[in-house]
Design a protein around this ligand. Structure first.
Ligand SMILES: [Zn+2]
Length: 266
């Protein structure tokens, strides 16, 4: 049976509790990577999500691209969200399982240069590039040395602060490359590309135009149904996309994918 971790970005929103009830009804565990500004707006929702047994990860305070921020500003942005998450766990009376982070837009400090593509063997680079750039037209020219250094410094900071990954068994050979498996921020192995279904993005020239297209993306993914390795699936918590969310998760479940508990001690 193929297995995956469900990671949900950009929470909390007005629909978060609907999503939580839907997941709970279907016995699906998940981690919600929350934005600090959203936690401030929906603090009680965050507390309730924790009480319902879901894990809260950090997705930064203001959801800005790290490439345009200084190292200090990024640290401040992550820390501000950390404080809010700590507050929500305290209010829920639940012990926090661990510190988990995902960069907004997966911008880890170097824009679309998500990993050091030039340090990957050709076959690995092709797979990893496709994973992050599918349907996107990214300017992924090699960034300056200063930006690359900022990216590495951020990883050291995350390690120093005790951030870890709540996943295990993600053992695809291409994911085992140090640029992927060595990261302390959460990457993914499958993106649902659900965000392309918002009205704003449907107006653009993305390859996926309907929920059916996205189901096709699931069906044709070369790794999602590999039973030897666990996947990390990315989907979003967006008010516009509640139906898309449920349709895609339903589809994955129907296709036999089992969602794994978020594991604080892999
Ligand atoms: Zn996001």
């Amino acid at each position: 049976m193929p297995k995956a971790y469900l990671t949900i970005d950009d929470s909390p929103t007005r629909i978060s509790l609907n999503l939580c009830h839907y997941l709970k009804d279907n016995d699906i565990p998940a981690i919600f990577y929350c934005r600090g500004d959203h936690i401030e707006q929906h603090f009680d929702v965050t507390v309730e999500m924790i009480r319902m047994g879901f894990v809260i990860g950090n997705h930064g305070y203001a959801h800005k691209r790290a490439v345009g921020l200084s190292y200090d500003d990024i640290i401040e942005d992550i820390s501000r969200c950390e404080d809010l998450i700590d507050g929500a766990y305290t209010a829920a009376g639940v012990k926090r399982p661990g510190k988990y982070y995902r960069f907004p837009y997966l911008d880890r400090g170097c824009g679309a240069w998500i990993v050091d593509f030039d340090k990957m063997p050709d076959d690995v680079r092709r797979i990893v590039h496709g994973l992050f750039a599918d349907g996107l037209y990214l300017d992924d020219t090699r960034p300056t040395d200063a930006l690359v250094e900022k990216k590495h410094k951020l990883q050291y900071w995350l390690a120093d602060q005790g951030f870890t990954l709540p996943f295990s068994g993600v053992s695809f050979p291409w994911y085992q490359h140090p640029q992927m498996a060595g990261a302390l921020d959460a990457l993914y192995t499958f993106s649902t590309s659900d965000w392309m279904m918002t009205a704003r993005h449907l107006a653009k020239d993305h390859p996926y135009k309907s929920t059916e297209d996205l189901k096709g993306k699931i069906d044709s993914d070369p790794y999602l149904f590999n039973e030897k390795h666990n996947n990390i699936v990315l989907i979003h918590d967006q008010e516009e996309l509640e139906d898309v969310f449920k349709a895609l998760i339903d589809h994955m479940v129907k296709c036999g994918i089992r969602f794994l508990p978020i594991n604080p001690h892999p």
